[in-house]
Unconditional design. Structure first.
Length: 147
């Protein structure tokens, strides 16, 4: 009986087999691949959110500049920003729902060069606002001066 116990103790494994090492390495590599994909997706989403926030801020700036009179109140297409030529803006001036309102639509976009293809696309944000027609104010002011 004593020899049987001793024999069991001698046959116990003291390490890992090559198959176990390869299996654990394969599981580790699959997990690392999945984690790197998640990090890549998160990084891309972060950059897109930052670009979209910057585009919204630029659209609001252009809209306020048009309302303040820095830019003329007329439709314009593909005007570049002075601080970054990759950003462009367009303004559409249309009749509003009432006679004394004007609708302003500002679209701000950023050129995105395709790395795999040679195409250029735009990541854009559109912002609309209704303002009172400034021409009616000028006509009212001139009529008041003439009286």
């Amino acid at each position: 009986m004593m020899t049987c116990r001793r024999h069991r103790q001698v046959t116990r494994r003291r390490g890992l087999t090559l198959l176990e090492v390869l299996l654990s390495l394969a599981i580790f590599m699959i997990a690392m691949t999945a984690i790197s994909q998640l990090v890549s997706i998160g990084s891309r989403a972060s950059v897109e959110a930052q670009v979209e926030a910057d585009a919204a801020l630029r659209a609001e700036t252009v809209l306020n500049e048009v309302i303040a009179g820095v830019h003329p109140l007329q439709s314009t297409q593909q005007t570049t920003f002075t601080d970054d030529p990759d950003w462009v803006w367009s303004l559409d001036v249309m009749e509003g729902p009432h006679i004394d309102l004007v609708q302003l639509d500002v679209t701000v976009g950023r050129k995105i060069e395709g790395s795999m293809t040679q195409t250029t696309s735009y990541h854009s944000v559109r912002l609309s606002r209704l303002i009172r027609n400034p021409d009616l104010f000028l006509e009212a002011a001139l009529a008041a001066e003439g009286e």
